[in-house]
Design a protein around this ligand. Structure first.
Ligand code: ATP
Ligand code: MG
Length: 390
């Protein structure tokens, strides 16, 4: 068996100058944490490449799968490890890339020599190994311009590495390098995608879910937690705050005009979310809103909702996306199938027949006078339950 490693090349973090060390430390920490459940892999960084050593007893595919979801990594090369001699390099390529070699009709060799003590230059190494392989495997024609297979040799300080080229990593910035934000997480398709997108920009997430028992069931809550769990494959550990919302919804239903129900409810969500976000030292809020998707996501409706957020910016990464584009990401991050399970959401409880798409703020403010807003917010915050995921 060939000893295997992953060579990870960082993305944007290499641009970060003075902050670079902090970024790299975060990335290494995130990787180690994410790999823990998969197996004991050595993780280290040399010459701005991260090495993930895969011990024999650990499943290499599972390691690959986990690493592909860690933000901050641009490229991943899964490589065989060998001694730094031409013989060992050739022999390892033949064994480790046997399937690729059997299938390819054309190939070339590319060598990167990070260890300048190696006696041959990279061009000489490629020529030598390319010649040997071409002779031994005549079905594979040398092709410098458009080869089916490129065999890469990387000669580094301790070992040489052989691989068939990189696959894309998750991109983005390491989770935590841009701070923390609170994600308003519903059971729908959009909010998990919004969480994924902001997490990709280096944000750690705290989930907030509004729960309207008994109008929405335990199963509906379990569904949201399952979405959160799936998201943790990308964003890492995430507390989810489950906020009791029934009392507020009943109060609005009893005391406000039906047409204003959704917007007043959404204003409560944003007020409570901002309070909890500040308690959890978050620097922003994230929602899955998309312009015009529903009545509460028109510009005037969003102005009215946004008006209660006094301190924190609200990020809406799906705002300019079509539903189909959002669905595509939901499928990629494996939340879609859970999102479409047909359990009710608190937004669908008491939905007005004729929602107001051009609300007037003064009307909303007037309607809210019938409610003890501060007391209702306090009560909901006090009743919040915390679940840790990931
Ligand atoms: P989603 O698919 O994310 O549920 P949606 O299209 O159904 O979104 P709305 O129900 O209007 O839209 O919700 C807009 C946003 O408000 C959601 O993306 C989410 O961020 C937040 N939100 C809605 N309901 C809840 C809830 N019960 N708990 C937490 N956040 C919620
Ligand atoms: Mg929803």
């Amino acid at each position: 068996m060939t000893k295997e490693v992953l060579l990870l090349k960082c993305g944007e973090i290499v641009l970060k100058g003075l902050n670079r060390k902090r970024f790299e430390d975060k990335l290494l920490g995130n990787l180690k944490r994410r790999l823990k459940p998969v197996g004991e892999c050595g993780v280290s960084m040399r010459q701005s490449v991260i090495f993930v050593e895969i011990p024999e007893e650990v499943d290499g595919d599972a390691v690959m799968e986990a690493v592909r979801k860690v933000f901050g990594i641009a490229l991943i090369c899964r490589a065989g490890v060998c001694e730094k001699t031409l013989e060992a390099m050739q022999e390892t390529a033949e064994r480790y890339l046997a399937d690729e070699i059997a299938q390819a009709h054309s190939f070339k060799v590319e060598t990167k020599r990070a260890d300048k003590r190696f006696p041959l230059t990279s061009v000489q190494t490629s020529q030598h190994l390319g010649g040997e392989l071409a002779e031994k495997y005549p079905h594979m024609k040398p092709d410098m311009h458009n080869p089916e297979l490129t065999i890469h040799f990387e000669i580094r300080d301790q070992y040489a590495f052989v691989h068939a080229g990189p696959v894309p990593g998750a991109g983005g910035m390491p989770v935590g390098t841009n701070g923390r934000a609170a994600l308003l997480l519903s059971g729908g398709i959009d909010s998990p995608v919004a969480g994924y997108m902001m997490s990709k920009r280096g944000l750690e997430l705290v989930g907030i879910h509004f729960f309207s028992y008994p109008y929405t069931s335990e199963r509906a809550k379990e569904k949201v937690l399952e979405l959160g769990r799936r998201l943790t494959a990308y964003c890492g550990r995430m507390p989810v705050l489950v906020v009791p919302f029934t009392r507020i919804q009943e109060e609005i239903r009893d005391k406000c005009h039906e047409e204003l129900f959704t917007l007043i409810m959404r204003r409560f969500m944003m007020r409570i979310a901002e309070r909890l976000a500040l308690d959890y030292e978050c620097g922003g809020l994230v929602t899955g809103e998309s312009l015009g998707q529903v009545a509460s996501q028109t510009m005037p409706a969003m102005a009215v909702t946004n008006e209660v957020c006094r301190t924190l910016p609200v990020f809406r990464p799906c705002i300019g996306m079509d539903k189909e584009e959002i669905v595509q990401i939901a499928r990629k991050i494996d939340t879609f199938e859970t999102s479409i399970l047909p359990y009710e959401d608190c937004c669908t409880v008491f939905t007005p027949k004729h929602p107001n798409t051009k609300p007037k703020l003064y009307k909303i403010l007037e309607a809210e006078r019938a409610l003890d807003v501060d007391a209702l917010v306090d009560e909901a915050v006090a009743g919040t339950e915390r679940v840790i995921l990931g």
